[in-house]
Each structure stands twice: as C-alpha cells, then as structure tokens.
Design a protein around this ligand. Structure first.
Ligand code: HGY
Ligand code: MN
Ligand code: MN
Length: 416
C-alpha cells in the first residue's frame, strides 16, 4: 500500500484545542481530571465527543456496554474498517491526556482527511472504549475485554463500585447503553495512540514510542480477617489486627517485585479498612495487589510466591488471608505488520523513535487478541501519569498524532 506523502500532517492546534475543551469536563481539584466511568461527567464528555464526530460527518454507533464507534465511510463498504481510539474515562485524580489523546487523536485523523478531501478504501472508525481505567468498576479494560470475548456482558453489568452501584444500572442511568451486540464488528486493524505514562521516552529524548509489547497484569483482591476490638483496652497479646497483616503483606509484595528485577513491578493501590474507626483495631482489610511484568515466567512466579507466603505470615499474627483474581491478562505482543507501519511512519516523518514495552495496560492489549493491533506512544513530563499534574507538550501530541495519521491512512488505503 502506498504510504501517505511525508508532507501530510495533522492540525496540531485544532487537536490541542480539543484536548483543552474536553479537559473542562469533569475537572479535578489540581488541574487534572476526575471523569470516572459512567458518571454524569463521563456522559457529558461522551456527548461532546459524539457532537464533534457528527460534525466531522461520522455516523455514531453505541454497543450494549457503551463502547462508542464513529464511522467515516470508505469507498468500499464491504472492507473491514480500520479502528483508531482509546478511552475518555479518567482516574479520580487523573490527567488530561491518559486515553483522551488517543480518542481525540483518532478524531483528528478524520478531521484532517476531511480537510484534505482524502478518501480511503477501508472505512475508519474512531472508538471510545467504556471503563478502561477499572478504578470505579474493576477490572481495567472491562468493555474492550467484553468486546474481545474475555468477559461475559452480564458479568460486566454486575460489577459494583464502592457504593454498591451496579455497572449495568449506571450505564442505563447515564443513557449510554446501546443496542448493538458487543463484539459484533470486523476489525481490519486497530491503532491506539497513548502517552507513555513512564519516563523512558523523555529520558531518551525520543518523540515516538513504537510499542512492540505490553506487560502482563495480575490484580489480586485480598481479604485479611482478624477481630475488631477496642484500641485502648485490648491487651496487645490478645489482638487480631488485620491492619498489621496489611502492613506485612504490603512489604511482602515489594520484596517479591524487587526479587524479580528487572522488568517486574508490584504495589497495592486500593485499600478498604473496616470499620476504619480511630479507636477500633481493624477487624478486616480488603485490598488489591497489582503485579506486572512483560515476562510471563516472572509474572507467574510473583503470583505463586505471594500465595505461598502470605497465608503463613498472616497466620503468625492470628489473622487469615484469602484472595481472588479481579483482573488479569498475559503480556501481549503487538502485530508485527502494524508495528512496522508505525515505525516506518515515524521514520518517514523525521520523528525520533524507539521500540518500547508499554508499562501500562490499554484497550489495545485486549483487541490485539482479535485483530491486528499496535500502539504509538508519546512522552509525558517526568513520566508522571495517574496524577493531576500529568503533562505533555503540544509538539509531542502533534508528533504522535502525525504518526497515528500515517499508520491509519496507509492501512486504510488512500483512493486516488
Ligand atoms: O492500569 C493500567 O495500566 C491502565 O492505566 N488502566
Ligand atoms: Mn489509559
Ligand atoms: Mn490510565
């Protein structure tokens, strides 16, 4: 397929304006965003995205789990579309670019094609995947996971948030539960643009990350049970302190991850303490361990060591340890053809680039199991993400979206 001319570039100012416009919806308290999935803010962001897509001549489809698909027709209606996009939902203390750059970068591809009057043989579909973050409703990448056949729709509908609200009810409440069967779409190829969410590209002075692989992930939800009792009058030798169990397992998770260096990470980000009262010894603690590695053997070894050691550590202090898996996927290797298309586009456009493994999980990791998929990354300042101070430069946004444009348009085949 002929590659687009190197002079073809997106409109960086328009892209940046759209990013700043979307960032006004669900503002955080420190300059970032709190636009969690299936909240009123998410609904507002979806409505704005739908308006922009329809203004760009796209037809919007919505499936039964709220995934949004904006289609720009191709000249061959029988050709499977090229998909491009990411997610609009954010962490509670999220940044303005995580996910959003990939969705609005996809929209910018369409807007630029319209400006240039370019037709493609394959249709192009800009996608917003529901609940990529998994922060309000675990697991992460929930809707792209249902699309790829990893989770059942009803199981997803039954996921509950910290207030006991159900995913399916909240999707209905915000009015974004579509009719279309989830997964009922042919994908010729999918490209996702995302900020790196790590420090490598900035440190190496590279504009573009050509993502060859991703990390595998285990979200292990643990429950440590002791006995709540008075913090003042219960003698130390009689205590069954679940809070101590949490402290010991937190240190164990860190020790296990350090033991498997390089390319292994582990931490606990979600913790619920019961009854969470200043003068009651915690009787129960529920928390989620996040283990990741691009090496399947390391990922499995970290998981096995936790199960082997945590129960005994807890037993020694008189509390019990139980666990369930609340999210998991194996390390993905992206499609070589799509990865080469991205690398060649960066080269053609004169952007510095390097191959990279994604530290974070993305919807592309699931779609990679059902269609040829690859990712483009741009740097972010100090590698900071999942933080309101997340920042990128307009130049990085433009470079990443130029490469995305070339990869998508080349794969969708320009029709002269
Ligand atoms: O958890 C992740 O890696 C993604 O940012 N949701
Ligand atoms: Mn993301
Ligand atoms: Mn994220």
């Amino acid at each position: 397929m002929p590659a687009p001319g190197e002079n073809l570039r997106i409109n960086g100012e328009r892209l940046w304006d759209s990013l700043m416009e979307m960032a006004k919806i669900g503002p955080g308290v420190a300059g970032g965003n709190n636009r969690q999935t299936l909240t009123d803010e998410d609904a507002e962001g979806r409505a704005l995205f739908r308006k922009w897509c329809e203004d760009a001549g796209c037809e919007m489809g919505v499936d039964q789990i709220g995934n949004m698909f904006a289609t720009r027709p191709g000249t061959d209606p029988d050709a499977a579309p090229v998909y491009v996009g990411s997610h609009l939902d954010t962490q509670p203390t999220g940044g303005k670019y995580d996910g959003v750059l990939g969705v609005l970068g996809g929209l910018e591809v369409v807007r630029t094609l319209n400006d240039l009057g370019i037709k493609t043989r394959h249709p192009i579909v800009v996608v917003n995947w529901t609940n990529e973050e998994g922060t309000r409703f675990a697991p992460a990448m929930l809707a792209s996971g249902v699309f790829a056949g990893k989770h059942q729709l009803d199981w997803a509908y039954d996921r509950v948030d910290a207030k006991g609200l159900k995913f399916g009810d909240e999707l209905e409440r915000i009015g974004w539960k579509g009719e279309e069967k989830v997964g009922d779409r042919r994908i010729h190829a999918l490209f996702e643009l995302h900020i790196e969410q790590g420090p490598i590209l900035e440190a190496e002075g590279k504009d573009i990350g050509v993502v060859t692989h991703g990390q595998g992930l285990r979200w292990i939800e643990c429950t440590i049970t002791g006995k709540d009792s008075h913090t003042g009058s219960t003698p130390m030798h009689m205590r069954k302190n679940a809070g101590r169990g949490l402290a010991l397992v937190t240190e164990l998770v860190h020790e296990i991850a350090m033991k498997h260096q390089p390319n292994a990470v582990g931490a606990i980000g979600h913790i619920d303490v019961y009854p969470n009262s200043r003068n009651v010894i915690p009787g129960k603690v529920v928390f989620t361990i996040d283990f990741r590695s691009p090496d399947p053997a390391k990922l499995h070894a970290m998981e096995a060591e936790l199960y082997e050691r945590a129960p005994g550590i807890c037993e020694e202090i008189g509390v019990t340890f139980e666990h369930t898996i609340s999210g998991q996927f194996e390390p993905p290797a992206f499609d070589e053809g799509c990865v080469n298309t991205i690398r060649e586009a960066a080269e053609r456009l004169g952007y510095s680039h390097m191959d990279i493994v994604s530290g974070a999980g993305h919807d592309a990791c699931w779609i990679n199991d059902v269609a040829p998929t690859a990712m483009v990354m741009c740097p972010c300042v100090d590698g900071l993400s999942h933080h309101e101070a997340e920042e990128i430069s307009p130049e990085w946004a433009r470079a990443g979206t130029d490469v995305l444009f070339h990869a998508v348009v080349e794969t969708a085949e320009i029709v002269e």
